[in-house]
Write a protein that binds this ligand. Sequence first.
Ligand SMILES: C[S@@+](CC[C@H](N)C(=O)[O-])C[C@H]1O[C@@H](n2cnc3c(N)ncnc32)[C@H](O)[C@@H]1O
Length: 176
Amino acid sequence: MQISQLFEKCGAHKDPITVGSVYDDILPERVEAILEIGVQGGGSMRAWCEFYPDADVFGLDVSPKCGDVDVSRATVFLGDVCDKAFLRSCIEDMPQLDVIIDDGGHVACQQQDAFNALFPCLKPEGLYIIEDLHVAKDSARQSAGYSDTITFLKMLPCSYNVTMYKSLASIRRTFA
Ligand SMILES: C[S@@+](CC[C@H](N)C(=O)[O-])C[C@H]1O[C@@H](n2cnc3c(N)ncnc32)[C@H](O)[C@@H]1O
């Protein structure tokens, strides 16, 4: 069964056509470990467990109600994705991840803090997916000091270049 069909079957809070068909196209057939931020009723967790029967499936949610949802064999961490100490403890309990999906609060500061903390936990060929970026402009207004997440993502290659050029400059100074 395709992942879009599993979203319907398992009661995921994701549109099977607009979101599900993208996942059908981009997700690998096999993974060892997957994490989703945003568990809610557990629908997508159940879909990941069924689609990836051999994988470790992890979820993370701030709502204590998510501790009681039926999520098959998934592990659910309860806490706020903006809490750095909580995220560090989650990271210690997970292997390197093939896929990370952010379907949490859809707020710029949450998306960007989570990305900065979790991106290093991805395998080199891993996928980091942030859902509902169309609300990024609005959510930036709730996040003083943060740009919207589309701008943040567009700037990433530039910031990596700046880091590289800075280190090149220091190497040149050292050996000049
Ligand atoms: C859209 S729902 C997730 C739906 C689920 N992925 C699915 O497809 O069935 C968003 C979830 O994000 C959680 N959330 C919101 N803000 C959060 C935060 N700061 N940290 C962790 N989880 C958060 C909410 O409690 C809610 O359960």
